[in-house]
Design a protein around this ligand. Structure first.
Ligand code: F6R
Length: 259
Protein backbone atom coordinates (compact mmCIF):
# COMPACT_ATOMS: atom_id res chain seq x y z
CA UNK A 1 0.00 0.00 0.00
CA UNK A 2 1.23 3.48 -0.83
CA UNK A 3 2.06 5.77 2.06
CA UNK A 4 -0.28 8.74 1.74
CA UNK A 5 0.79 12.02 3.35
CA UNK A 6 -1.87 14.72 3.59
CA UNK A 7 -0.44 18.18 4.19
CA UNK A 8 -1.85 21.69 4.57
CA UNK A 9 0.00 23.37 1.76
CA UNK A 10 1.91 22.85 -1.45
CA UNK A 11 4.94 24.42 0.20
CA UNK A 12 4.90 21.78 2.97
CA UNK A 13 4.62 19.05 0.34
CA UNK A 14 7.50 20.54 -1.63
CA UNK A 15 9.66 20.71 1.49
CA UNK A 16 8.97 17.07 2.44
CA UNK A 17 9.92 15.74 -0.97
CA UNK A 18 12.88 18.12 -1.34
CA UNK A 19 14.31 16.86 1.98
CA UNK A 20 14.24 13.30 0.66
CA UNK A 21 15.94 14.37 -2.57
CA UNK A 22 18.68 16.19 -0.65
CA UNK A 23 19.29 13.01 1.34
CA UNK A 24 19.71 11.07 -1.91
CA UNK A 25 22.05 13.68 -3.39
CA UNK A 26 24.21 13.61 -0.28
CA UNK A 27 24.18 9.87 0.38
CA UNK A 28 23.88 8.03 -2.93
CA UNK A 29 27.00 7.76 -5.06
CA UNK A 30 25.27 8.38 -8.43
CA UNK A 31 21.78 9.68 -7.66
CA UNK A 32 19.29 9.49 -10.52
CA UNK A 33 16.16 11.63 -10.29
CA UNK A 34 13.00 11.15 -12.32
CA UNK A 35 11.68 14.60 -13.15
CA UNK A 36 8.11 15.63 -13.90
CA UNK A 37 7.03 18.86 -15.55
CA UNK A 38 3.70 20.73 -15.28
CA UNK A 39 2.60 22.77 -12.25
CA UNK A 40 2.60 20.04 -9.60
CA UNK A 41 6.36 19.53 -9.00
CA UNK A 42 7.15 23.25 -8.87
CA UNK A 43 6.99 23.48 -5.03
CA UNK A 44 9.56 20.65 -4.88
CA UNK A 45 11.92 22.41 -7.28
CA UNK A 46 11.43 25.68 -5.37
CA UNK A 47 12.23 24.04 -2.04
CA UNK A 48 15.31 22.42 -3.56
CA UNK A 49 16.84 25.79 -4.55
CA UNK A 50 17.49 26.76 -0.97
CA UNK A 51 18.20 23.25 0.28
CA UNK A 52 20.74 22.28 -2.38
CA UNK A 53 22.70 25.54 -2.21
CA UNK A 54 26.25 24.64 -1.18
CA UNK A 55 25.80 20.90 -1.88
CA UNK A 56 27.82 19.10 -4.54
CA UNK A 57 25.32 18.42 -7.34
CA UNK A 58 27.82 17.74 -10.12
CA UNK A 59 27.04 14.00 -10.02
CA UNK A 60 23.23 14.29 -10.11
CA UNK A 61 21.60 12.66 -13.11
CA UNK A 62 18.00 13.18 -14.14
CA UNK A 63 15.45 11.86 -16.61
CA UNK A 64 12.31 13.77 -17.55
CA UNK A 65 9.12 11.79 -17.94
CA UNK A 66 8.04 13.12 -21.28
CA UNK A 67 8.30 15.61 -24.13
CA UNK A 68 5.96 16.98 -26.76
CA UNK A 69 6.48 15.68 -30.27
CA UNK A 70 6.75 18.18 -33.09
CA UNK A 71 7.28 21.20 -30.82
CA UNK A 72 10.62 22.84 -31.44
CA UNK A 73 12.96 22.08 -28.55
CA UNK A 74 13.66 25.84 -28.23
CA UNK A 75 9.93 26.60 -27.72
CA UNK A 76 9.50 27.94 -24.16
CA UNK A 77 6.96 25.19 -23.40
CA UNK A 78 8.98 22.27 -24.73
CA UNK A 79 9.75 20.13 -21.70
CA UNK A 80 13.47 20.52 -22.44
CA UNK A 81 12.97 24.30 -22.00
CA UNK A 82 10.84 23.83 -18.88
CA UNK A 83 13.36 21.48 -17.26
CA UNK A 84 16.19 23.88 -18.12
CA UNK A 85 14.30 26.84 -16.64
CA UNK A 86 12.81 25.18 -13.55
CA UNK A 87 15.39 22.57 -12.65
CA UNK A 88 18.79 22.68 -14.35
CA UNK A 89 19.53 26.41 -14.07
CA UNK A 90 18.14 27.18 -10.60
CA UNK A 91 19.65 24.05 -9.05
CA UNK A 92 22.98 24.31 -10.87
CA UNK A 93 22.77 20.81 -12.37
CA UNK A 94 24.93 19.62 -15.26
CA UNK A 95 22.74 19.95 -18.42
CA UNK A 96 24.56 16.98 -19.98
CA UNK A 97 23.39 14.72 -17.15
CA UNK A 98 19.75 15.80 -17.27
CA UNK A 99 17.97 14.04 -20.10
CA UNK A 100 14.62 14.70 -21.75
CA UNK A 101 13.10 12.39 -24.38
CA UNK A 102 13.79 13.58 -27.91
CA UNK A 103 10.54 14.75 -29.49
CA UNK A 104 12.03 15.60 -32.90
CA UNK A 105 9.92 14.08 -35.68
CA UNK A 106 12.94 12.77 -37.60
CA UNK A 107 14.14 10.51 -34.79
CA UNK A 108 10.92 9.72 -32.94
CA UNK A 109 10.83 6.13 -34.24
CA UNK A 110 13.82 5.09 -32.16
CA UNK A 111 13.79 7.86 -29.52
CA UNK A 112 11.87 5.66 -27.06
CA UNK A 113 14.32 2.77 -27.23
CA UNK A 114 17.27 5.19 -27.05
CA UNK A 115 15.83 6.72 -23.88
CA UNK A 116 15.18 3.35 -22.25
CA UNK A 117 18.80 2.42 -22.85
CA UNK A 118 20.03 5.68 -21.32
CA UNK A 119 17.97 5.10 -18.17
CA UNK A 120 19.28 1.55 -17.81
CA UNK A 121 22.88 2.67 -18.44
CA UNK A 122 22.50 5.28 -15.68
CA UNK A 123 21.55 2.49 -13.26
CA UNK A 124 17.82 3.23 -13.16
CA UNK A 125 15.89 5.99 -11.43
CA UNK A 126 16.22 6.29 -7.63
CA UNK A 127 13.31 8.64 -7.00
CA UNK A 128 10.63 9.37 -9.56
CA UNK A 129 8.52 12.51 -9.10
CA UNK A 130 5.04 12.12 -10.57
CA UNK A 131 2.06 14.40 -11.09
CA UNK A 132 -1.33 13.02 -12.07
CA UNK A 133 -3.62 14.13 -14.88
CA UNK A 134 -7.32 14.75 -14.30
CA UNK A 135 -7.88 11.69 -16.52
CA UNK A 136 -5.64 9.58 -14.28
CA UNK A 137 -2.50 9.65 -16.44
CA UNK A 138 1.04 9.56 -15.11
CA UNK A 139 3.74 10.67 -17.50
CA UNK A 140 1.59 10.98 -20.59
CA UNK A 141 0.32 7.42 -20.28
CA UNK A 142 -3.28 8.12 -21.13
CA UNK A 143 -6.17 5.77 -20.19
CA UNK A 144 -5.75 2.41 -21.87
CA UNK A 145 -1.95 2.41 -21.60
CA UNK A 146 -0.24 -0.93 -21.05
CA UNK A 147 1.24 -1.51 -17.62
CA UNK A 148 4.26 -3.03 -19.37
CA UNK A 149 4.79 -0.08 -21.71
CA UNK A 150 8.18 1.54 -22.21
CA UNK A 151 9.11 4.96 -23.59
CA UNK A 152 7.14 5.55 -26.77
CA UNK A 153 5.02 7.86 -28.88
CA UNK A 154 1.50 8.53 -27.53
CA UNK A 155 -1.45 10.61 -28.65
CA UNK A 156 -2.63 13.09 -26.01
CA UNK A 157 -6.31 12.98 -25.08
CA UNK A 158 -8.39 16.07 -25.73
CA UNK A 159 -8.78 16.38 -21.94
CA UNK A 160 -5.01 16.55 -21.45
CA UNK A 161 -4.63 19.03 -24.32
CA UNK A 162 -7.34 21.22 -22.76
CA UNK A 163 -5.68 20.95 -19.31
CA UNK A 164 -2.33 22.01 -20.80
CA UNK A 165 -3.72 24.80 -23.01
CA UNK A 166 -2.96 27.21 -20.15
CA UNK A 167 0.73 26.99 -21.05
CA UNK A 168 0.08 28.00 -24.69
CA UNK A 169 -1.62 30.92 -26.44
CA UNK A 170 -4.46 28.72 -27.70
CA UNK A 171 -5.68 25.11 -27.63
CA UNK A 172 -4.67 24.75 -31.28
CA UNK A 173 -1.03 25.26 -30.33
CA UNK A 174 -0.99 22.32 -27.88
CA UNK A 175 0.74 19.40 -29.61
CA UNK A 176 -1.30 16.26 -30.25
CA UNK A 177 1.54 13.82 -29.65
CA UNK A 178 4.19 13.21 -27.09
CA UNK A 179 6.94 10.79 -26.23
CA UNK A 180 6.56 9.47 -22.70
CA UNK A 181 8.16 6.99 -20.37
CA UNK A 182 5.85 3.99 -20.18
CA UNK A 183 4.12 2.64 -17.11
CA UNK A 184 6.63 -0.22 -17.17
CA UNK A 185 9.48 2.31 -17.21
CA UNK A 186 7.99 4.25 -14.30
CA UNK A 187 7.40 1.08 -12.28
CA UNK A 188 11.12 0.25 -12.50
CA UNK A 189 12.07 3.38 -10.53
CA UNK A 190 13.04 2.48 -6.96
CA UNK A 191 10.81 5.04 -5.21
CA UNK A 192 7.73 6.69 -6.70
CA UNK A 193 6.62 10.02 -5.24
CA UNK A 194 3.23 11.07 -6.57
CA UNK A 195 2.10 14.60 -5.79
CA UNK A 196 -1.34 16.13 -6.33
CA UNK A 197 -2.87 19.44 -5.33
CA UNK A 198 -6.34 20.93 -5.67
CA UNK A 199 -9.83 19.54 -5.88
CA UNK A 200 -9.57 18.99 -9.65
CA UNK A 201 -7.24 16.05 -8.87
CA UNK A 202 -9.34 14.53 -6.05
CA UNK A 203 -11.25 12.05 -8.17
CA UNK A 204 -8.19 10.84 -10.08
CA UNK A 205 -6.23 10.42 -6.82
CA UNK A 206 -9.00 8.37 -5.20
CA UNK A 207 -9.42 6.20 -8.29
CA UNK A 208 -5.66 5.64 -8.54
CA UNK A 209 -5.15 4.68 -4.89
CA UNK A 210 -8.42 3.11 -3.80
CA UNK A 211 -10.04 1.92 -7.02
CA UNK A 212 -9.22 -1.23 -8.96
CA UNK A 213 -5.89 -1.49 -10.76
CA UNK A 214 -7.00 -0.70 -14.26
CA UNK A 215 -5.60 0.53 -17.56
CA UNK A 216 -8.44 3.05 -17.50
CA UNK A 217 -6.67 4.78 -14.58
CA UNK A 218 -2.98 4.53 -15.52
CA UNK A 219 -1.91 5.99 -12.15
CA UNK A 220 -3.44 2.92 -10.46
CA UNK A 221 -0.22 1.20 -11.61
CA UNK A 222 1.37 2.65 -8.47
CA UNK A 223 -0.56 0.03 -6.47
CA UNK A 224 1.80 -2.54 -8.00
CA UNK A 225 4.95 -0.82 -6.76
CA UNK A 226 6.60 -1.70 -3.41
CA UNK A 227 7.71 1.83 -2.46
CA UNK A 228 5.28 4.64 -3.18
CA UNK A 229 4.77 7.92 -1.34
CA UNK A 230 1.74 10.01 -2.26
CA UNK A 231 1.86 13.62 -1.08
CA UNK A 232 -1.38 15.56 -1.41
CA UNK A 233 -3.09 18.65 -0.02
CA UNK A 234 -6.48 18.47 1.72
CA UNK A 235 -8.35 19.31 -1.49
CA UNK A 236 -6.71 16.54 -3.52
CA UNK A 237 -7.33 14.14 -0.60
CA UNK A 238 -11.00 15.07 -0.30
CA UNK A 239 -12.31 11.95 -2.08
CA UNK A 240 -10.09 9.43 -0.27
CA UNK A 241 -12.13 6.99 1.81
CA UNK A 242 -9.16 6.08 3.97
CA UNK A 243 -8.00 9.68 4.58
CA UNK A 244 -8.32 9.38 8.38
CA UNK A 245 -6.30 6.18 8.41
CA UNK A 246 -3.56 7.77 6.27
CA UNK A 247 -3.36 10.71 8.69
CA UNK A 248 -3.28 8.43 11.73
CA UNK A 249 -0.64 6.25 10.14
CA UNK A 250 1.61 9.20 9.21
CA UNK A 251 1.25 10.84 12.64
CA UNK A 252 2.27 7.58 14.33
CA UNK A 253 5.12 6.76 12.03
CA UNK A 254 8.38 5.73 13.71
CA UNK A 255 10.72 8.74 13.63
CA UNK A 256 13.53 6.77 11.97
CA UNK A 257 11.44 6.03 8.88
CA UNK A 258 11.91 8.35 5.92
CA UNK A 259 9.24 8.77 3.28
C1 F6R B 1 4.40 16.01 -16.74
C2 F6R B 1 3.59 14.78 -16.73
C3 F6R B 1 2.13 14.82 -16.46
C4 F6R B 1 1.73 15.83 -15.39
C5 F6R B 1 0.21 15.83 -15.22
C6 F6R B 1 -0.24 16.86 -14.20
O1 F6R B 1 5.75 15.68 -17.02
O2 F6R B 1 4.12 13.75 -16.99
O3 F6R B 1 1.72 13.53 -16.04
O4 F6R B 1 2.35 15.50 -14.18
O5 F6R B 1 -0.38 16.13 -16.45
O6 F6R B 1 0.05 18.14 -14.68
P1 F6R B 1 0.02 19.39 -13.71
O7 F6R B 1 1.05 19.17 -12.71
O8 F6R B 1 0.36 20.57 -14.59
O9 F6R B 1 -1.36 19.45 -13.14
Amino acid sequence: MAEVVILDSRAAAGALVADEIVRLVDEVRNPVLGLATGSTPLPVYEALRERLAGHDVSHVRGFALDEYVGLDVTHPESYRSVITREVIEPLGLDPELIRVPNGALETVRHAGDDYEREIIDAGGVDLQILGIGTDGHIGFNEPGSSFASTTRLKTLTEQTRADNARFFDSLDEVPRHCITQGLGTILRARHLVLLAFGVAKAEAVAAALEGPVSAMIPASAVQLHPHVTVVVDEAAASRLELADYYRYSYENKPSWQGI
